[in-house]
Design a protein around this ligand. Structure first.
Ligand SMILES: C[S@@+](CC[C@H](N)C(=O)[O-])C[C@H]1O[C@@H](n2cnc3c(N)ncnc32)[C@H](O)[C@@H]1O
Length: 306
C-alpha cells in the first residue's frame, strides 16, 4: 500500500483530491490518499509525497510494534513527519524518536541515505520510505513577462493539466489567454497547443513560453472554428465584460470542444454539469468548486460518452 500526502490550502483541497484520483485511480476525502500502486508524482501540483507504507497501525504504539514485528531496517535513515491538516499533533520529537527506535539501523540526519515518512492522519499511523516527491517547479513559471487579471493561478493550472493529460499526450487550450496552462502542460512533457481570438493575448502567451525556454505553439484563432484531434483539452471559458461573452458563445465553444477531444478540464463561473451531460455528450467525472476572492470557479473534468 502507498500513502500520498496532499499538500494544499483548504480552498484547493478538492482540486488536490481530484489530482490524486487522476494519478492513482483511487479516491480520498481527506489529506492522505491510499492506493495499491506507486506512481511518479514529480509533476504533481498538490501531491507532495508518495510513501511506501512499510508499517501501519491506529496509534504510535501500534505502528512501532508493526515496524519491530516486520524487522524494518534501514542504514542512514532520516524520518520526516507528515500530519496534514492537523499540524499540532507533533509537538515534540517523541514520536520520531520512538519510531527510530523501532527500526534496525542508524539514523543519519545530515546526509541520509533513506528518507522515511511518519504519517498520522485520523486513526492511521504509517511509516515507510518516501519514494517520490513533487518537484514543485511551477512557482518559477510566475517569473514570466505577461500576466492577465483573468488568468488562472499557476498551481491551479498545473493541476488542471494533470487531471486530463500525461506526458506525451497532445493537449489543446483553445482560449489560452497568456498561456498559463500551456506553460504547465509543456513543463510536464505534454505536447500542448493553444489559441486565442485576441492577437495580443496570443502574442503574450507566445512570449511567455519563449521566455521560459518552452516551445512556442500558439496561434490566433476563433476557437469555435478550430479542428483536429487532441488527447485532452483545458478550457477556461471567457467571462466578464472584457472578454465579451456573446450569446451562444459557451454552446459554440463546448460543441467544438466535443468534436476535437474526448477528455477535458473546463472552468466556468457557474456549474455547467447539467449542460455538459445533457447537451454536449460529456460525462462529468469531477466537479470541484474553487473559491476565488469574489466568485467561485467551477472546474469540471469531463470524458466523452458514446
Ligand atoms: C478566462 S480567459 C483565459 C485565461 C487563461 N486561462 C490564462 O490563464 O491566461 C478567456 C480567454 O478566451 C479568449 N476568447 C474569448 N472568445 C474566444 C474565442 N471565440 N476563441 C478563442 N479565444 C477566445 C479571450 O481572449 C481570453 O483570453
Amino acid at each position: 500500500m502507498y500513502a500520498y500526502v496532499l499538500a494544499a490550502p483548504h480552498f484547493h483541497l478538492g482540486l488536490a483530491q481530484a489530482e490524486f484520483c487522476a494519478f492513482t485511480g483511487c479516491t480520498t476525502t481527506g489529506r492522505i490518499g491510499l492506493a495499491p500502486v506507486a506512481v511518479d508524482i514529480s509533476r504533481a501540483a498538490f501531491i507532495s509525497s508518495c510513501v511506501h507504507v512499510a508499517a501501519a497501525g491506529t496509534s504510535l504504539d501500534e505502528v512501532c510494534a508493526d515496524a519491530r514485528a516486520k524487522g524494518l531496517a534501514w542504514e542512514g535513515f532520516h524520518i520526516q513527519t507528515f500530519c496534514p491538516g492537523e499540524g499540532s499533533l507533533f509537538t515534540s520529537l517523541e514520536p520520531i524518536i520512538r519510531a527510530a527506535d523501532a527500526i534496525a539501523g542508524r539514523p543519519n540526519l545530515s546526509s541520509p541515505r533513506v528518507r522515511l515518512a511518519l504519517i498520522v492522519s485520523g486513526d492511521l499511523w504509517a511509516l515507510g520510505p518516501i519514494i517520490s516527491t513533487y518537484r514543485s517547479d511551477w512557482p518559477a513559471h510566475e517569473r514570466r513577462p505577461h500576466f492577465f487579471s483573468g488568468s488562472l493561478p499557476t498551481r491551479f493550472s498545473r493541476a488542471m493539466v494533470n487531471l486530463v493529460a500525461s506526458p506525451g499526450n497532445t493537449l489543446i487550450d483553445p482560449c489560452c489567454g497568456v498561456g498559463v496552462a500551456l506553460i504547465e502542460a509543456l513543463a510536464c512533457g505534454v505536447e500542448a497547443y493553444g489559441c486565442d481570438i485576441n492577437p495580443r493575448m496570443a502574442a503574450q502567451a507566445a512570449e511567455n513560453l519563449v521566455s521560459l525556454g518552452l516551445p512556442q505553439r500558439v496561434f490566433v484563432a476563433d476557437a469555435r472554428g478550430i479542428g483536429g484531434r487532441y488527447d485532452a483539452a483545458v478550457l477556461d471559458l471567457p467571462y466578464g465584460r472584457n472578454v465579451g461573452v456573446g450569446k451562444g458563445l459557451y454552446g459554440d465553444l463546448l460543441g467544438t470542444l466535443r468534436t476535437i477531444t474526448r477528455r477535458g478540464a473546463i472552468v466556468a463561473a457557474r456549474d455547467l454539469s447539467g449542460e455538459l451531460e445533457e447537451v454536449f455528450g460529456f460525462g462529468v467525472v469531477h466537479h470541484v468548486e474553487v473559491p476565488k476572492t469574489t466568485m467561485v470557479r467551477h472546474l469540471h473534468v469531463v470524458a466523452a460518452v458514446e
